[in-house]
Write a protein that binds this ligand. Structure first.
Ligand code: TYD
Ligand code: ZN
Length: 418
């Protein structure tokens, strides 16, 4: 595919002039990933109609919040939601440990927990029986899967109005959880007003988001896509919640999704005092220069260098007449393939364990997606590890492939062949 065929859609997205956190209009653009299709927009035929949208990243000069310049209509992005959290084994374990941690630290019997963006109920189903739970998720197919697990789920987009109804029907929440969802929310102030309505005075909001410090340090530019509107640092998250008389009281750093923070937020009037790590991470962010522009410009340069390295390596391998397939068809893989302009002439197919993705074509580059069976029946010389966040699990699972001469091309954090 040539870039000229990636013409921008003329509707279904809006440009933002104001920062989603502080509302000022001093947004500095530092990275343009080009015209990009929705990264979960798998096609049933390579001839399907497809829309491309701008993917430009800005940082707010006032509060240093990193975010997308444009908001694509969510009805368009999420209409066929392929992502089922429970489909991934490492994530299942992660959520089990997460439920235990919230329960032992914050909850008593009969307490009420709400999860925003509860997906297929993978977190809520793992709380103890004495805890009552309610999921909120606008995607009907995942909500149905949650109900089948016995997790009561409201099929709505969380808003102050929905929060008010939940409070009226079920009472205040001792904990509200949100995993990998706050970054998807365009109206962050609406989220905060909803929390303010729903949380008990001593209640806690426990949210997980990819950590911008990890994104920047490990060149994870492919985790930037239309669904992810915000890229939080502890400082920008603090600026958000402070406007609603809340504070970040603790942060855990975790390996999930290439580097995640679990932030614990409470009302400023609540009793718990902030853990030292909150200040430590804010200091780290300042030491990295996240309050200036250079750190962002340098990141954008490294992203371009990564593209050059990937293209050079794949061109060389293609010249050697070997076969290359993509390992995993994650959303981030589609960003990487589109940005580096890698299509079916280089990568024969993408293999993915998600049944709904199999038999489809990848957005933008139109590479066929197949089941892992195709890979094991006829192993290629190279597997391009698009699901690099599962690197250790996949290398372990595919140890036979490597022993028999196959290699992985790893794009992130460094372009490498292992
Ligand atoms: P993930 O990184 O969880 O999400 P995102 O789409 O947000 O970037 O996606 C990982 C994809 O990789 C998912 O489609 C499942 C697939 N996968 C495999 O095919 N095999 C595996 O062994 C693993 C761990 C994942
Ligand atoms: Zn701002």
């Amino acid at each position: 595919m040539t870039s000229s065929s990636k013409r921008l859609a003329d509707s279904r997205y809006r440009e933002r002039s104001e920062c989603r956190v502080c509302g000022t209009d001093s947004l500095y653009p530092f990275l343009d990933l080009g015209a990009m299709p929705p990264s979960n927009g798998f096609l049933s035929s390579p001839d399907d109609d497809e829309q491309f949208f701008p993917l430009e990243v800005v940082v707010c000069d006032s509060c240093d919040h990193v975010q997308l310049q444009h908001t694509v209509d969510r009805e368009y992005l999420f209409s066929e939601y392929h992502y089922f959290s429970s489909a991934s084994e490492p994530l299942l374990e992660h959520f089990g440990a997460y439920a235990d941690a919230v329960e032992s630290r914050y909850l008593d019997d009969d307490d009420f927990v709400v999860e925003i963006g509860s997906n297929d109920g993978v977190l809520l189903s793992q709380f103890g029986e004495a805890i009552s739970t309610l999921g909120v998720d606008p995607a009907e197919n995942v909500a149905e899967a949650a109900r089948e697990k016995g997790v009561e789920t409201v099929t709505e987009l969380f808003s102050p109005e929905v929060a008010g109804r939940i409070r009226a029907d079920y009472g205040e929440a001792a904990a509200v959880c949100a995993n990998n969802v706050v970054g998807h929310i365009d109206d962050l102030h609406g989220l905060m007003r909803g929390l303010d309505t729903l949380l008990e005075p001593e209640g806690v909001f426990v949210m997980e988001v990819p950590y911008f410090v990890d994104l920047l340090s490990n060149h994870q530019f492919d985790t930037i896509y239309h669904e992810h509107l915000s890229y939080f640092s502890v400082r920008s998250l603090s600026r958000l919640v402070e406007q609603f008389d809340m504070q970040v009281v603790d942060v855990d750093r975790m390996d999930v999704h290439g580097g995640t923070i679990r932030a614990h937020v409470q009302r400023q009037s609540a009793e718990r005092s902030p853990a030292r790590i909150v200040r430590d991470l804010e200091s780290l962010e300042l030491a990295m220069g996240l309050d200036g522009r250079d750190a962002y410009d340098e990141f954008a340069e490294r992203v371009e260098q990564t593209r050059t390295r990937i293209d050079t390596l794949l061109d060389r391998l293609a010249g050697e007449d070997v076969s290359i397939v993509g390992y995993g068809a994650p959303a981030k893989g589609n960003v990487l393939l589109n940005y580096c302009d890698v299509g079916p002439e280089t990568v024969d197919y993408l293999l993915d364990t998600t049944p709904k993705k199999q038999g489809t074509y990848s957005p933008g580059m139109h590479i066929p997606v197949r089941s892992p069976g195709a890979f094991h029946d006829d192993p290629p010389e190279y597997a391009f590890l698009l699901a690099w966040n599962y690197r250790s699990a996949i290398l372990e699972k595919e140890s036979d492939y490597r022993e028999e001469g196959g290699s992985f091309v790893v794009p992130i954090p460094y372009v490498d062949v292992v």
